[in-house]
Write a protein that binds this ligand. Structure first.
Ligand code: G4P
Length: 292
């Protein structure tokens, strides 16, 4: 039996960041919400969803290069069926981001029509970029802005710390801090956020998280686990996550004096390897599970 993972943090800064975002929302026409293709549900901050519900929205489906390709297409269909405008991207290389401006215009088509009627068709589009920590917000903005890094002048009403950037094609981006929500009550969501690094490693019990990760790999991606750590299917099916954890540690020679396994280093290695896609392209939330 594995222990539930605990996240230890002080959510004060999240409340402050949320308040700032709420104020800045008045200044934008739409919201680009970045989500992590490996955790397409858990990477959506429920407080942000609520806060931005009345704004036109573009979902940026990021990290597609390290998520399971079959799941990528299922999730895109899932969100399209729910009425979302969604753009598949990989902010690390910039793939898909060339369609950013045109996708924004699709999200804003009603507003743009209204502007055109009023003779304001050439008005600039202001978009707020939001997302949880580590989702790829900086990478995405850097890719979109390119090496111009052009910052828009300070504007009245814009809270310090939220930066504006110019894009070509009349788009202005407002960056916001990556925030989570104060109480992550769903255990699986908490795990997903810890595995992907959205919840920082120093606020979790990393060994507990690594055991939970092994447990998840055994049930969802056993072949990837076996291949990466040279384990047999029979072994992972007949041993506990803790035994598998120690076996990987032995194979990797992660030992401390006395020949014991260095559990801290082993845990960090397992999570880092997952985050760098060394276990292959993995999606932790599957569409078929949501529909159940
Ligand atoms: P944030 O501002 O939302 O916190 O995220 P940031 O852009 O800093 O990205 C967090 C990590 O995720 C970075 O890795 C970044 O390279 C990686 N990343 C962002 N988008 C993608 C993507 O689409 N695909 C892949 N494979 N990785 C992505 P890092 O290891 O922390 O930094 P770095 O050494 O790569 O710069």
């Amino acid at each position: 039996m594995l222990d539930a993972i605990n996240i230890h943090w002080f959510p004060g800064h999240m409340t402050r960041a949320n308040r700032k975002m709420q104020q800045s929302l008045k200044l934008v026409d739409c919201v680009a919400e970045i989500i992590d293709a490996r955790i397409p549900i858990s990477s959506r901050n429920p407080e942000l969803i609520k806060m931005t519900q009345n704004k036109p929205k573009l979902l940026l489906f990021n990290k597609t290069d390290i998520a399971d390709p079959l799941q990528n297409s299922s999730w895109i269909t899932y969100y399209k069926n729910k009425g979302f405008n969604i753009l598949s991207i990989d902010a690390k290389t910039g793939k898909g981001l060339n369609k950013f401006s045109s996708a924004l215009r699709v999200s804003l088509k009603d507003k743009i029509q209204q502007w055109e009627k009023k003779g304001m068709g050439l008005r600039k589009i202001r978009v707020m970029v939001v997302g949880i920590p580590n989702v790829g917000k900086s990478s995405c903005i850097n890719r979109l802005v390119g090496n111009k890094k052009a910052k828009v002048e300070d504007r009245p009403g814009v809270t310090r710390g939220n930066q504006w950037f110019y894009l070509s094609g009349g788009v202005e981006l407002l960056d916001t801090p990556g925030v989570l929500w104060p109480k992550i009550s769903d255990q699986i969501m908490g795990e997903n956020l810890a595995f992907t690094g959205a919840v920082r490693d120093h606020v979790i019990d990393i060994e507990g998280v690594a055991l939970r990760f092994i447990n998840r790999m055994v049930s969802s991606y056993p072949d990837n686990l076996c291949q990466r750590y040279k384990l047999t299917k029979e072994f992972i099916n007949t041993h506990s996550p803790l035994e598998i954890f120690y076996e990987i540690g032995r194979k990797r020679g992660l030992l401390i004096s006395g020949g014991e396994i260095d559990t801290q280093r082993l845990s960090q290695m397992l999570l880092d390897e997952f985050r760098m896609a060394r276990l292959g392209r993995i999606t932790l939330e599957k569409v078929e599970d949501i529909k159940k």
